[in-house]
Design a protein around this ligand. Structure first.
Ligand code: ASP
Ligand code: MG
Length: 400
């Protein structure tokens, strides 16, 4: 089997941990697998390099930042290859450039355009373990580029796609994806398999296991992703095509997003074009509007509410005050969004009503609701966040 194994910053956080990774990789090689390893910089390293640059300049040139930041990953790849060689495992460390990763020229947030796999294929043929420095590539001028913070996940997925690897394992310090945050609900269970779309919903709501861009890329390239811990032997969570998941639970998990704020507009003129005006003004300031509700109008006016990320509330406020589209404007930071996610919802009815009655029983008021094919989101008072998560986790029997 051909596998890509990506080790994040904490997994290679010090020399002992790099040795642990080497041991793990050696074991995979012993199984007869072809292994490409992708590594992050040692944890804290990228931030340290950024602070070095800021010592000299508030606005360092991005091309030079890429020269600087890409070095962190190269250090780890070289050290890991050396550790492997010392154990008698044939290994070769490659920079992003040597691995054939071509990107566009947008320094510090470059996109991968293609991967020339010739050299990697040759080294695999020669039964070597390839250790690629993640997070980086090269542009058409031969300049080093980096892919944006957390970008080694993307390197790993792109390489797995290009080499048609059976599996891309992302090693971090958590065991996988859980039915909800175990710090809130200790009865949360690790999910064995989950679809790309469900994972995207979880990730966009702050489940920090995987970067959203890499899940999107995995979906596009049809890469089977596994997230697991490098600190134990537990199995992890497989993220794959929906069709490959035989037993689909109706609800896979509960996600919580406290980083939400609401804007309420009372007495908005009920006429064509008013919503366009409001949301265009917000879009022009790059404000991310999430949920929107509009009430049934009365006497030519209506009420409208929408949510934005908390750190965008003050900009939203500025936009609204300038536009002045309503009789009364109200802002509320103390809200949270709790969501129920599951592909099984597509073919089941009555899923939402279970949530509504469970929350009602606890006296929790639902202030906004929005749904998609695989998600039901509800805005509640922030102080009920944890209680809501536990209540819903229980209502859908996710601990069973
Ligand atoms: N070292 C880079 C960062 O911290 C990339 C990565 O770890 O994925 O953003
Ligand atoms: Mg990382």
């Amino acid at each position: 089997m051909r596998v890509v194994q990506k080790f994040g910053g904490t997994s290679v956080g010090d020399l002992d941990r790099i040795q642990n990774v080497a041991n793990r990789v050696a074991k995979t090689v012993k199984n007869g697998d072809e292994v490409v390893v992708v590594v992050s910089a040692m944890s804290g390293e990228t931030n340290k390099l950024i602070s070095y640059a800021e010592h000299f300049s508030k606005n360092p040139s991005k091309r030079e930042m890429d020269m600087l930041l890409s070095s962190g990953e190269r250090v780890t790849s070289a050290l890991l290859a050396i550790a492997l060689q010392e154990m008698g495992v044939e290994a070769v460390a490659l920079s992003g450039r040597a691995a054939g990763i071509r990107t566009n020229s947008i320094h510090t947030s470059a996109r991968i355009e293609n991967i020339n796999t010739e050299l990697m294929e040759k080294e695999l043929q020669a039964r070597k373990v390839i250790v690629v420095a993640g997070f980086q590539g090269v542009d058409e001028n031969g300049d080093v580029t980096t892919l944006g913070r957390g970008g080694s996940d993307l390197s790993a997925v792109a390489i797995a796609g290009a080499l048609r690897a059976e599996l891309c394992e992302i090693y971090t310090d958590v065991d996988g994806v859980y039915t909800t945050d175990p710090r809130i609900e200790p009865k949360a269970k690790k999910i064995e398999k989950i679809s790309y779309d469900e994972m995207l919903e979880f990730a966009s709501m702050g489940a920090k296991v995987l970067q959203n861009r890499s899940v999107e890329l995995a979906k596009k390239l049809n890469v089977n992703l596994v997230t697991r811990s490098s600190f134990n032997e537990n199995e992890g969570t497989l993220i794959t095509k929906e069709e490959k998941i035989m037993e689909k639970p109706v609800v896979s998990g509960i996600a919580l997003d406290k980083n939400q704020a609401r804007v309420s507009l009372r007495g908005v003129k009920d006429k064509p074009g008013i919503a366009a005006e409001i949301f265009l003004a917000l879009a022009e300031k790059n404000i991310n509007v999430d949920m929107i509700i509009q009430n049934v109008g009365e006497d030519d006016t209506t009420n409208l509410g929408f949510t934005v990320p908390q750190n965008e509330l003050s900009s939203a406020k500025e936009v609204m005050e300038e536009l002045n589209p309503a009789d009364k404007l109200e802002y509320d930071n103390d809200i949270a969004k709790v969501s129920i996610v599951g592909v099984g919802m597509k073919s089941h009815s009555g899923v939402a009503s279970i949530a509504f009655s469970a929350l009602a029983k606890e006296g929790i008021n639902i202030e906004m609701i929005s749904t998609s094919e695989i998600k039901i989101s509800m805005v509640i008072e922030e102080k009920y966040s944890e209680l809501s998560v536990r209540t819903l986790h229980d209502a859908y029997n996710l601990d069973k």
